[in-house]
Each structure stands twice: as structure tokens, then as C-alpha cells.
Write a protein that binds this ligand. Structure first.
Ligand SMILES: *Cc1c(COP(=O)(O)O)cnc(C)c1O
Length: 396
């Protein structure tokens, strides 16, 4: 893939017709190293956030050896990476997916119901009897606090039913774990403290020996409209919560970051095809990589990369409209850009590496991107890179 110093250099060299994904594998590598050096346990990358081979390669190169997969296609893909441990952490799996996963050597599974436990046991039972090497994680529901995307209504078990499920799972599991997901883009660490408090109560209620704790994903990235707490405060809160748990001393701890490992490692470079007042019509949108901007109101950082404007020119708030015929293909922002921006200009939209390309579809004939590697720094960083515009959150 072509390497370029920056989005400006890309636009100066060629004025691309398609939207361009600018990859920064070095940013994924930096995020992975930060997690590996500072998280008190194993770091499993949540594959669904972005499965570009360039980014997976950077994460692997930095030392990531655990992957959280959630579907059969994901796990078949990830199973081709040498020397990794996969964890099948979707609480509702098809029987055929469980069977195939077990055949591929996967031993970690999550579940949040007795029905799912039965499915796992039945589908992993072989000629010589039930599997004796399962690592089963009971997924519990925890309150989402300060999360952009809460998940507790869809998955997780709680109260007496959770205690019962822990006891039943203990009877068939070689190793018993507890897992939760506080919700994506969680802005502050309290959610993890609350969740580990729930874990504590449940272990006492069930009276089981717990071998593994998986604190899930949810770690934040930074966007134009959000300044989350530093990641170090999340890790401190998690370490303190685990320290208090009534579990064996050598309990194995894991986390499953998706967003925090890859958000900074891609930018989208789009062209302005029309300007109407402060509305800009661009060549990617809600059905492409900007789903979160359209449907969840994310305000990604933006800057114009097609020409120099005088430093005195003010920035103005803009709304963005995607290229499809659909009227919900709209990103409200506000996105701050030079007041003189016009048709034919190009914009870099930063920090779209998590759940950007992963979600993009091909509605209305769109959904095709050029890709290049960018060698400069992400527009905003959680990892202390002092870049133009300033890091939102200097960590170290
Ligand atoms: C999506 C998901 C993750 C990753 O979440 P982020 O918010 O991107 O960190 C981790 N674990 C599970 C079970 C998930 O479904």
C-alpha cells in the first residue's frame, strides 16, 4: 500500500474521486503497547472494531496475542493468525458455530443463560464424553454509567438467576470466569468499579471458586466533543476492584478493548461535492464509515486538507450530508472547518478507526474506498502524542 506523509500530501499528489481510508498502523501499535504495558492482565483485541489486516498486523506486531471474536466468520478469519488464543465471547451462538469453534481449538466461551450452557455442553461433547477443557465465562448485566452505547439491555444475567448459572457452569467448566461489558465509549472509570462490585456480590451469593475475570471492552477514545478520563485511571480502578474480589490469588484477568486500540489508527478523507450555507455534501456518510456520526451523534475531529487558509480565517460550524439519496444520511456535528470551505475541497475526518469501515455498507452504489498509509500522527490521541491541535488527553 502507498505510504504518504499526510492527508495534505495525498490531496496534493492526486485528487481522489473515492473517499480514502488513511491508515496509521503505528497508532494501533502504540495503543496496543500502552495496554500491554499498563493493563493488569491479558489484552484481547475485540475483532469486530476493525479487521483490516494492516491494523491486525500492527496489533500483533506490538504483542497482542488474544482476540475476542463474536461470530463464525470472525473466528475463522482470526484462526489463521499464528500463535493466538481466541475467545468466543458472544453470549448467543449458533450450534454450528460452537461446534466449529471447538474443532478449531477454541476453549473460551461466554454465556448468559442455562440454555446457552446446555448448547455449549452438547455441541462440545465428543465420543469420549463431555469436554473437560472448557473455559466458560458467565456474562453478567451491569449498570452502564457514562457510556455512549449501553449494552446491558441486550446481554447479561443478574441476581439469583446469575448465581444459579454460576453454580451450574462451575459443574461443567474446567475454568470458570465472569465477564461483563460496561458499554462502549465509557467516559469515566466508575462504571468498572460498579461492575466489579456486582461481580463481588455474585461470587459471595453463588459461593463458587472463580478462576478468571474478564472486564470486557468499553475504554474510550477521544473525539472533538469528548474528553474522557485518562486510560491509566481506568486501569487503576480495575486493579483496585479486582484486588478486593473473593477470588483465588492467581485469578487470571483479561480485558477486551476494541475502540481504544484502533480508533486513532484511521482517518477518512472526503471531498466536498456541494456547499449550501453551512451544509456540506460529501462523498461518504451514514451508510459508509460515518454511521456513528449520523446515528449516535459522534463529533469526529475534522480539518481541511486541500489548501492553506490564512491563520486569521475563522472556523465555522458545519453539518455534513452523505452521498446517498436518503435523507437520514446526515451528520449533524457541528464539525468545525474553515469558513471559506467550498466545493472541491477535501476534509480529513479523524479517529474513525473503530466501527467506521467495520460498519460501512454499499447502499446506493457507494462503500468503496481507496486506502493509503499515513505516516503522520492522529488528529487526537489518548496516548500522549503531541500533535497539531494538541492532544485531547495527554496520558503519560
Ligand atoms: C464490542 C465488544 C467489545 C469491544 O468494545 P469497545 O467498546 O470497542 O471496547 C468487547 N467485548 C465484547 C463482548 C463486545 O461485544
Amino acid at each position: 500500500m502507498e505510504k504518504l506523509p499526510s492527508a495534505e500530501a495525498l490531496i496534493a499528489a492526486r485528487r481522489p474521486d473515492r473517499p480514502v481510508l488513511g491508515l496509521r498502523p503505528h497508532a494501533a501499535g502504540r495503543a496496543a503497547r500502552y495496554f500491554l504495558d499498563n493493563f493488569p492482565g491479558d489484552v484481547a483485541y475485540a475483532y469486530k472494531a476493525n479487521s483490516s489486516v494492516f491494523l491486525i498486523g500492527a496489533l500483533y506486531g506490538a504483542g497482542i496475542r488474544h482476540f475476542d471474536v463474536a461470530s463464525l466468520p470472525e473466528l475463522e478469519d482470526a484462526a489463521t493468525i499464528p500463535g493466538v488464543e481466541l475467545h468466543f465471547m458472544h453470549p448467543v451462538k449458533s450450534r454450528s458455530a460452537i461446534r466449529r469453534a471447538y474443532d478449531l481449538g477454541i476453549r473460551s466461551y461466554s454465556l448468559d443463560s442455562e440454555d446457552e450452557l446446555r448448547k455449549i455442553v452438547e455441541e462440545t461433547t465428543g465420543r469420549s464424553g463431555p469436554a473437560n477443557d472448557l473455559r466458560l465465562y458467565v456474562r453478567i448485566a451491569v449498570p452502564a454509567k457514562n457510556s455512549r452505547i449501553p449494552l446491558e439491555r441486550k446481554f447479561g444475567i443478574q441476581g439469583a438467576a446469575a448465581a444459579r448459572l454460576l453454580v451450574k457452569t462451575r459443574q461443567v467448566a474446567a475454568e470458570l470466569g465472569i465477564t461483563f461489558h460496561v458499554g462502549s465509549q465509557t467516559q469515566s472509570p466508575e462504571a468498572y468499579a460498579l461492575a466489579l462490585g456486582e461481580v463481588h456480590k455474585l461470587i459471595v451469593k453463588a459461593g463458587v471458586v472463580v478462576d478468571r475475570i474478564d472486564v470486557g471492552g468499553g475504554y474510550p477514545s477521544c473525539y472533538a466533543d469528548s474528553q474522557p478520563a485518562p486510560l491509566s485511571s481506568f486501569f487503576e480502578t480495575i486493579a483496585a476492584g479486582i484486588e478486593k474480589l473473593p477470588v483465588r490469588d492467581n485469578v487470571r484477568v483479561m480485558c477486551e478493548p476494541g475502540r481504544a486500540l484502533v480508533a486513532e489508527s484511521e482517518s477518512l478523507i472526503v471531498r466536498v461535492d456541494a456547499r449550501r450555507g453551512n451544509d456540506l455534501y460529501i462523498n461518504d456518510g451514514a451508510y459508509g464509515t460515518l454511521f456513528d456520526a449520523a446515528h449516535l451523534g459522534f463529533v469526529f475531529p475534522t480539518r481541511m486538507v486541500s489548501r492553506q487558509v490564512p491563520a486569521s480565517e475563522p472556523l465555522a460550524p458545519f453539518e455534513l450530508w452523505g452521498p446517498t439519496c436518503d435523507s437520514i444520511d446526515q451528520m449533524k456535528g457541528p464539525f468545525m472547518l474553515p469558513a471559506s470551505i467550498r466545493e472541491g475541497d477535501y476534509i480529513e475526518i479523524g479517529n474513525i478507526g473503530a466501527y467506521g469501515r467495520a460498519i460501512a455498507g454499499s447502499f446506493n452504489g457507494y462503500g468503496r474506498y481507496d486506502e493509503v498509509i499515513l505516516l503522520d500522527e492522529p488528529m487526537l490521541s489518548m496516548y500522549g502524542a503531541g500533535v497539531e491541535g494538541g492532544s485531547r488527553t495527554a496520558l503519560v
